[in-house]
Design a protein around this ligand. Structure first.
Ligand code: URA
Length: 242
């Protein structure tokens, strides 16, 4: 169920504000009945008419982008920087699910399906995200343990993580660390390392659940297929019935 003005705006017909004005003015019908209540809930089967025009519902779309460095994860940037939307050749109102930092690369999902976006981001669903971090120095065993158990950022402890050192570069005194988390707090991975005195020099999201970057060069994207969407929903359902 979605709010009427949101569905009208998502169809691309008008802005959310204009949709609200039309509803209040009695110009909107749902299943043949005039609705003037803002926030009236409709579902996928509701027949919506705006000013005598039947609403074309937008098809739901889902994309996986290999986000390059130097791109903002937003639909519009006031400073005119390139956004992740600029990479997707689709005029529908799609937006990113969650956020990767300007300098972080890798798996980013985009959609116009609000329900799916909420589903993927809700902490209770515990969808794993695999990050590969290049850090300065070498992780002490006690620090690996601390990351695994959770560290305190802004007074709140992070959830358990999986941590594995993939490679160390003795000459340059850097390490490549795989860290798997299911939360999505702001700058979470960088801040987790920072609490222990390490700096993340490079960060890439290698996977979300089973979705990886196979076949996608930096800046390339592909649609998710219906089977993948179903599998993602199934994953979270399994977790929530445990
Ligand atoms: N954690 C970060 O610090 N940055 C990201 O972009 C994603 C996770």
């Amino acid at each position: 169920m979605e709010r009427l003005q949101k569905v009208i705006a998502a169809s691309g017909l008008t802005s959310r504000r204009k949709a609200e004005e039309l509803i209040v003015a009695g110009k909107v019908k749902v299943n043949g009945e005039v609705i003037t209540e803002l926030g009236y809930k409709v579902n996928d089967n509701s027949e919506i008419e705006v000013d005598g025009l039947k609403l074309n519902k937008e098809d739901k779309v889902y994309y996986l982008l290999n986000k390059p460095r130097g791109v903002v994860t937003t639909t519009h940037d006031d400073k005119g920087r390139k956004t992740v939307i600029d990479f997707i050749d689709d005029n529908r109102r799609i937006y990113p699910i969650g956020r990767l930092d300007y300098d972080t690369t890798g798996v980013l999902l985009l959609t116009n399906d609000g329900e799916f976006a909420n589903y993927m981001m809700h902490p209770k669903n515990e969808i794993d995200k695999v990050y590969i971090a290049k850090i300065n120095g070498f992780l002490l065993p006690s620090d690996i343990m601390a990351l695994k158990k959770g560290v305190v950022i802004d007074g709140v402890k992070t959830d358990k993580a999986k941590v594995k050192v993939r490679k160390i570069d003795k000459q340059n005194k850097t390490s490549i660390v795989e860290i798997i988390i299911h939360e999505g707090r702001n700058h979470q991975v960088k801040n987790m390392f920072k609490t222990l005195g390490y700096e993340v020099l490079k960060l890439k999201r290698e996977k979300i659940a089973f979705l990886d970057l196979k076949g996608l060069n930096s800046g390339e994207y592909r649609p998710l297929n219906p089977k993948e969407i179903k599998q993602l929903y199934a994953l979270t359902q399994q977790k929530n019935t445990r």
